[in-house]
Design a protein. Sequence first.
Length: 344
Amino acid sequence: MRYAFVAFFLLAGLALASANDWIQEEARYLKNIKQVTHHFLRAGESYFSPDMKHIIFQAEEQGENPFYQMYVMHLESGRFWRVSPGSGRTTCGYFHPNGQKIIFASGHTNPQYLQEANEERGKREEEKQSGKRRRYQWDFDPHIKIYESDLHGGELKLLTDAPGYNAEGAYSPDGKQIVFCSNRDGNLELYIMDSDGRNVRKLTNAPGCYNGGPFFSPDGKRVIFRADRDKKDWLQIYVINADGTNERQLTKTEGVNWGPYWHPDGKHIIYSAADHAHPMKRPNYDLYMMHVDSGKQWRITYAPGADVLPVFSPDGKQLLWTSTRDGRMPGSQIFLADFIMPKE
C-alpha cells in the first residue's frame, strides 16, 4: 500500500523534547493545527480534492471489519461517507483532477476475507491480553486492485486486471494517466497506465526491492517515490522522469524516509523520516521538507508520537498528515494546519 509499513512507524517511540520546545519549533511552519478525524478507531493517508473542500482517506470504524475502508469527508461540515465496498483491505484513495471521480485500491473480491478478518481479530485479542504490540507488516494482498468510482462509491469500475497486488495509485495533473505499484511481474515495481487502465508500461526496474508510493510532479514530468534498494524495509526517496529516465536517489540515511509528496511549486517535497541507527532506541517519525534539486532540508514537526504521510493542499497553503500526537485516541488520526513555507 502507499502507506506500507505505516502502522509500524506509527508505533514509534515518543520524542524527548518538552511540550513547550516542540510547540515552539513547529510554530515556525505550522499554524492553527487541528484534528480532522474523531469518529474512527484509526484513520490516515488523506488527500485533498482539487477544490480543497473534501478529503479522501482510509479509516477503520468500530465494528466487524478490522481492515481499513475508504471514506470521503466534507472538511467544513465534517460529514463523511464510505466509498469502498465495505469488505477486504482497502487503501490508497486519490481524487481525479476534475474532482468528479476517485480511485482507490480494494481487496473486496478476496474469497478468504472473512477468514483473514477473524484471524486479525484474534491477533488483536492476543495483543490486548498480553499487552504486547506486534510488529506491523503489510501483506501485499494479491486480491487488491485499483478501482475508479464517483464521489459516493457508485459506478465502480475495475482499472487493473493483472494478477497480483495493484495499488498505490495517483493521477497525473491532467488526469490522463495513473502511476501505481504492482507485482504483476513478480517484483514490486512502478507502472504508468492511461486513466482507463489501458497502455500499461513499466517505470522502474529494481528486481527484489519494493518500489512504491509514487506521485507525479505538478507539471507531470517527474515521479517521486520510495524504495528499499539499500537495505530491506529501510526506505529511501527517489525521483525519476515520467519517461523512465534520469532516476536519482534523494535520501541516503541510516533509517527510513518515506511518504514523499510534491509541493505545488514542483521544486520541493515533504516526507516522513526517522533514524533507525540505534537498535535499542525506538525511532520517532517526523516530517521533513526538501528542495529536490539542491537537497536542502527543513524539519517541520517535532511533536511526540509519529507524524507521517504529509500532503499539501493544491494551493500549498495547508498541510494534511497522519499522526499519533493525540495520545487520547486509540490509533492514528488526521491533522490539518496552515503551512508557512521555509525560507531558502
